[in-house]
Design a binder for this molecule. Structure first.
Ligand SMILES: Cc1cc2nc3c(=O)[nH]c(=O)nc-3n(C[C@H](O)[C@H](O)[C@H](O)COP(=O)(O)OP(=O)(O)OC[C@H]3O[C@@H](n4cnc5c(N)ncnc54)[C@H](O)[C@@H]3O)c2cc1C
Length: 426
């Protein structure tokens, strides 16, 4: 039986991965993206091994990912004194069958778009088309109301509507009209990139500092012949009074607005003020998320990505989870067809555990170790084992990785979400 297309609201990383998945399994779809022109926006994001596995299964190769980022080799936490608290290998070095990548969000996004256009055609993505509302129909289909950039409005009939429309999701607002406003816990992140020499392994993700101020630093390109790479950094400051700051999203910012919080953060292996002063671009980005909701589904409509589970970036898993959502949706659509039943199975599999992850990331996620060290010794120590014994550090990290789907053995031994060559029966 020929179903109407699956309608996807939002052509971000999540929406495009779902579109690529539907193309792979033979389900017709249309993406509606509100912006009139896609541009390579944003700075660095991490793509964890569980998501890289799904990208490889989608036919996105290591060479494709190398063109927009680089594989990570290490994850490390360093105290305010500049001394190591915790370090572990990442990706292939850690024993995963798949690498972890740090990528430029915008270049990664455009790479996914180019793949989709090459495989499915440019007319599968309607730009300047905002999904404003929806209606579940009595015959088990859905109608999406679209507002076009030229002021026109239209209605689209679909088998399903998937809200992949980000943290400010209109689909979620319609599904959960009483949801509380965006939650801001009081921290502000300034994000940017600087051309500089990479530190440690040359492909290390480093969290440095304590609970009130910290830096996250990692390269998103391999070094050029001059030894310089594009270094992504996040300078994060927690404010006492959460009411003091606006909750704008990705505003352009000046380094002078915040560099004073990092005065004196200079070590023989890293000079934070110098890194910040060399910024090519800087954005101010309040650390915001949304309170979890009880369900991501309403009839033939479901949420995915940030629309379902906008989370603090402390666990570096927002984009990875969006990719996993897309693949889980694809697997459920293969099993049940493009039906409400597929969405119910997807919701049952992911809404509960991922909502728990949202709350866990609110408690600092894996950076919680920095907070523990801060609380026990103010961040200054001679021997970290006297402050947080090695076994406690290892248990803390293992518990986070298991909750976030990063458990090495579990991932390596899990079957593919979508078997090679699987297509929906026609
Ligand atoms: C411009 C931009 C820059 C970002 N930069 C960073 C970054 O530097 N670092 C980082 O960690 N995270 C960044 N993020 C967030 C990150 O991309 C997401 O957390 C993650 O990739 C999950 O992606 P998503 O597809 O669920 O949501 P998003 O990436 O937010 O994509 C949602 C898409 O839906 C579109 N959209 C919104 N409303 C509607 C609607 N009603 N109808 C149709 N389309 C709609 C948006 O234009 C967007 O393209 C950025 C997001 C955006 C939109």
């Amino acid at each position: 039986m020929q179903h109407p297309p699956v309608l996807i609201a939002g052509g971000g990383i999540g929406g495009l991965c779902l579109a690529l998945t539907l193309e792979q399994i033979g389900v017709p779809f249309t993406v509606f993206e509100s912006v009139a022109e896609l541009r390579p926006l944003g700075v660095g994001i991490n793509v964890q091994p569980n998501a890289v596995r799904e990208l490889f299964d989608l036919g996105i190769t290591a060479e494709d990912l190398d063109s927009v980022g680089l594989p990570m080799r290490e994850w490390a936490l360093v105290g305010r004194s500049g001394d190591d608290i915790y370090a572990e290998p990442r990706g292939l070095d850690a024993g995963y069958h798949w690498p972890q990548y740090a990528v430029h969000r915008g270049r990664f996004h455009m790479m996914l778009y180019d793949k989709l256009v090459a495989r499915a055609g440019a007319d599968t993505v309607r730009l300047g088309a905002r999904v404003a509302d929806y209606r579940n129909n009595a015959d088990g289909t859905v109608t999406a109301m679209i507002e076009h950039a030229d002021g026109q409005k239209s209605e689209q009939h679909g088998a399903l509507l998937i809200g992949a429309d980000g943290i400010h999701s209109a689909v979620r607002a319609r599904m959960h009209p009483d949801q509380p406003p965006i939650h801001w816990g009081g921290a502000v992140m300034w994000r940017g990139t600087t051309r500089a020499r990479p530190i440690r392994t040359g492909a290390s993700f480093v969290g440095l500092g304590g609970s009130k101020q910290r830096m996250v630093i990692y390269p998103i390109t391999a070094p050029d012949s001059d030894g310089f790479a594009t270094i992504n950094w996040i300078a994060e400051v927690a404010f006492e009074n959460a009411g003091d700051k606006p909750t704008g999203w990705f505003k352009s910012a000046q380094v002078d607005d915040f560099i004073h919080y990092f005065d004196g953060w200079s070590f023989d292996w890293l000079d934070v003020p110098e890194l910040l002063r060399g910024a090519e671009v800087t954005y101010e980005n309040p650390m915001i998320d949304r309170d979890p909701v009880a369900t991501w589904r309403d009839g033939c409509v479901a949420l995915m990505g940030d629309a379902a589970h906008a989370m603090y970036p402390t666990g570096s898993n927002g984009a990875s989870q969006a990719i996993v959502d897309a693949r889980t949706l694809g697997a459920m659509i293969l099993a049940h067809g493009p039906t409400a039943q597929a969405l119910a199975a997807y919701d049952a599999a992911l809404c509960g555990p991922v909502s728990e992850l949202v709350l866990r990331n609110r408690g600092a996620g894996p950076f919680g170790l920095l907070d523990i060290v801060d609380a026990r010794c103010g961040g200054e120590f001679d021997n970290i084992d006297d402050v947080v014994p090695a076994a406690e550090r290892a248990t803390f990290m293992a518990s986070y990785k298991s909750a976030a789907g990063f458990d090495i053995d579990a991932l390596n031994s899990a079957p593919a979400k979508i078997a090679k060559g699987a297509r929906i029966p026609t």
